[in-house]
Design a protein around this ligand. Structure first.
Ligand SMILES: CC/C=C\C=C\CC(=O)SCCNC(=O)CCNC(=O)[C@H](O)C(C)(C)COP(=O)(O)OP(=O)(O)OC[C@H]1O[C@@H](n2cnc3c(N)ncnc32)[C@H](O)[C@@H]1OP(=O)(O)O
Length: 719
């Protein structure tokens, strides 16, 4: 990593993610350069076209304090050197990598480089002086922004901010050597960040108070953004050396917190999804993705519009089809408005908006004859979907992949009406589809590995995270979610208010609780699904007890709200009262509280005071309990898949690692005991009965989460 100007040729190939061994080697080489009189200046660069992405975070939690301290002392050694030290940043300088560059006296990067301090995203803070040097270099507001968000800063912005001294078109090493030659002999004092004052603000105190509140609000219970803020704040009030001590103290606090463990787990869990393997052994190694040069989307409702935008983002031309002229006009206007908003957003973020490819809007199914992929996004009605898929199998070319954006329905049933069940696959987006990162890729009994590879590769090109799952009602995410919502409804029947339930889940870390989310998504969505299942509406057999279905407890309250036209935000009332239809300001609704009291009276329910613990445990443990069933059914291949789905599709608070990781941290015996307790108290709620797989894990002594998949004996793959 160290290269020299003129005589020193020590050059060690630093891995993009460095270890304590690399830190030691860097220290040795800097010392050598310092003591070699023939060396006039040093250029620090990376190997293989990259500067550094920071420390290797595998097994981070096991590294002792001394190893972290040693990086700061090497940065300090670089900074104190009497010879000019120049960082030549190729492509990226993140985390400890940027901290090393901040220790250098000059920094040069190539045009496409990005720099940043992403430690906050893995539950930490920059612990090698970054929180003390960056504010001295670029001022407190910009440093707070970069350090508390962990965002990647493009080279051009970094130049404007003053993080970089120069940006060059190509290889920065050459330019760094030239710079080193130019500055040799000039005083280095003014270039040492540790000696600089933090730039003053006229209203520093007030600015920091406001910034602290903003960071806390955005953090939603995550500690690292708040500790990052406190470390930067220390740079304002403490001398450099004391600021470094404060940074170290806060870093060690975060390192030992459960949150950093959870966030690092989530980081690797997400990346593991890329390497899908089916129970029959199929994987990237055995399946080639088909090229998708042209795609079609059927249905331009909310989901269809977002899917069109996502495909266009991946530069795939799209045929957008609707069933009638009016729907097509409405859909077209909405898609164009969405594309304009996206372009404006890019412009505001300083990015150059690309000229959008305008979709081909049509009513004509014949326009689909040459597409490589269709994604159907019509209403969740199996008969409608089957009709469309039958048509597609007649019109589309034989090699075209037929995808459905269903969120619940049976992929095999849909495939059964086509001439190519091996090319039928679920591609389940999450709303808003152009923003949410998750895509569940669902394989049916006959879906080919190549179809899976194509869908996974498509997800990546749209900038999304694909997770391969098996076929069952609701797949992974929605199958688990049903139990979470059921508990919320039952708790409300038994005496809680929607506000109490939401508050508990918000305090856990969700941005919104289940009832508020229900109002946002539209209560009619679930109502239509329950009607489709015959749980409510015309298909309900006469004489069905109002609060039971097939002998199991059922809450009719959400159906009753919909029957009264209370669909949530869009109608101005649902679980909450809104300022107007489509309004965002939710207020507790006295009418609803009265309605709940009447409901309890009608059904002889004596309202009881329900503790916050019971609300949390019943909602979260019942959801995770279904996760254990999903694992033993082979619908998800590992707990990491479930957690990645929940974090990226359901806004599960990342700093708790996802439902399965969270359960592992609470302790499986405790979760099992609580489920047993709640199941006994509610014998008509079978979803509270602990899953046999959870019981098995506890009987096995609660092995670590990474071993759970190996304990699934009866994989019930649908392939
Ligand atoms: C001795 C300790 C002293 C000092 C401590 C200093 C603090 C730090 O530096 S903490 C680390 C800060 N850096 C980061 O958080 C960067 C994390 N990585 C990323 O953001 C991205 O990986 C990326 C660098 C932007 C590259 O993205 P992309 O091109 O999309 O590749 P990925 O799929 O994300 O990653 C490829 C591959 O690398 C593994 N990996 C990524 N980062 C790390 C890491 N920091 N440590 C170990 N491994 C890492 C990732 O898991 C992938 O592995 P596969 O096995 O190929 O899945």
């Amino acid at each position: 990593m160290v290269d020299c100007f003129q005589t020193l040729h020590t050059h060690f190939n630093c891995l993009i993610y460095f270890s304590p061994v690399v830190t030691q080697a860097l220290e040795r080489d800097v010392n050598q350069a310092n003591s070699d009189p023939t060396v006039k200046a040093v250029v620090i660069c990376g190997a293989n076209g990259k500067f550094s992405a920071g420390a290797d975070i595998r097994n981070f939690a096991n590294i002792g304090q001394s190893k972290f301290s040693s990086l700061e002392s090497v940065v300090s050694l670089i900074e104190k050197s009497d010879k000019p030290m120049v960082a030549a940043i190729e492509d990226l300088a993140f985390g400890g990598g940027l901290e090393i560059a901040l220790g250098c006296h000059y920094r040069i990067a190539n045009m496409k480089a990005r720099v940043g301090l992403p430690e906050v995203t893995i539950g930490l803070l920059p612990g090698a002086g970054g929180t003390q040097r960056l504010p001295r270099l670029i001022g407190v507001p910009a440093a707070i922004d970069i350090i508390t968000t962990g965002r990647h800063v493009p080279a051009t912005e970094a130049l404007k901010l003053g993080i970089l001294d120069e940006v060059v078109e190509e290889n920065p090493i050459e330019a760094a050597i030239n710079l080193a030659q130019r500055v040799t002999g000039q005083p280095l004092g003014p270039r040492r960040l540790c000696l600089k004052e933090v730039p003053k603000l006229p209203n520093m105190e007030a600015f920091l108070d406001e910034a602290r509140l903003k960071v806390k609000k955005r953090a939603n219970g995550q500690l690292s953004p708040q500790m990052c803020f406190e470390a930067v704040r220390a740079s304002v009030y403490l001398p450099f050396a004391e600021g470094i001590q404060k940074e170290k103290q806060l870093f060690m606090y975060l390192l030992s917190s459960g949150q950093s463990k959870a966030l690092q787990y989530a980081f690797f869990a997400q990346r593991a999804m890329e390497k899908w393997v089916l129970p029959n052994g199929a994987s990237w190694g055995t399946a080639d993705p088909q090229p998708v040069k042209k795609a079609a989307v059927i249905g331009l409702g909310t989901m269809g519009r977002g899917i069109v935008a996502s495909l266009l983002k991946a530069k795939i031309p799209v045929v957008a089809l609707e069933q009638d002229k009016k729907q097509l006009e409405v859909g077209k206007a909405a898609v164009m408005a969405l594309l304009e908003r996206e372009a404006l957003k890019m412009h505001q973020n300083g990015q150059k908006p690309k000229k959008p490819i305008v979709p081909h809007f049509t009513l004509d199914f014949g326009a689909l004859k040459d597409v490589d992929l269709v994604i159907e996004a019509v209403f969740e009605e199996i008969a409608l979907k089957k009709e469309i898929f039958h048509k597609l199998s007649v019109i589309c070319k034989p090699e075209a992949l037929l995808g459905t954006n269903t969120s619940y329905l049976d992929i095999d049933e849909i495939a059964s009406v086509t001439d190519r069940p091996h090319k039928v696959i679920g591609i389940h987006f999450f709303s808003p589809a152009h923003i949410m990162k998750l895509v569940e890729i669902i394989y049916g009994q006959q879906t080919s590995p190549s179809a899976i590879a194509t869908a996974m590769s498509l997800a990546k090109s749209m900038g999304k995270i694909g997770v391969v799952v098996g076929n069952c009602f609701g797949f992974v995410g929605n199958r688990m979610l049903t139990h979470y919502y059921d508990q919320a409804y039952f708790l409300i029947e038994d005496g809680s208010t929607p506000e109490e339930v939401d508050k508990v889940l918000q305090e856990f870390g969700f941005k919104m609780g289940p009832l508020r989310v229900g109002d946002l998504a539209g209560l009619d969505v679930g109502w239509r699904i329950r009607k489709g299942k015959g749980q409510t509406g015309d298909a309900l057999p006469p004489g069905t007890p109002p609060r039971h279905r097939d002998g199991m407890r059922y809450s009719p309250i959400p159906d009753m709200l919909c029957e009264m036209g209370r669909y949530g935000e869009k109608t101005g009332k649902g679980w909450y009262l809104y300022d107007k239809p489509g309004g965002k300001i939710a207020q507790p609704d006295p009418w609803l509280h009265g309605f709940l009291s009447d409901f309890r009276r009608t059904h002889n329910i004596t309202a009881r005071t329900i503790s916050q613990d019971e609300i949390l445990e019943r909602c979260l443990y019942s959801l995770a309990n279904e996760g254990f069933r999903i694992l033993s059914d082979g619908i998800a291949s590992c707990p990491e898949a479930i957690d990645t789905i929940y974090i990226n599709g359901y806004a599960w608070p990342r700093h708790t690692g996802g439902p399965m990781f969270y359960t592992s941290q609470v302790g499986l015996p405790k979760v099992l005991a609580k489920l047993q307790e709640y199941a006994e108290a509610n014998p008509d709620i079978p979803s509270l009965q602990p899953s046999p797989f959870l019981q098995k894990l506890v009987a096995l002594g609660s092995p670590p989460l990474k071993e759970w998949a190996s304990h699934v004996r009866s994989q019930n793959s649908k392939l």
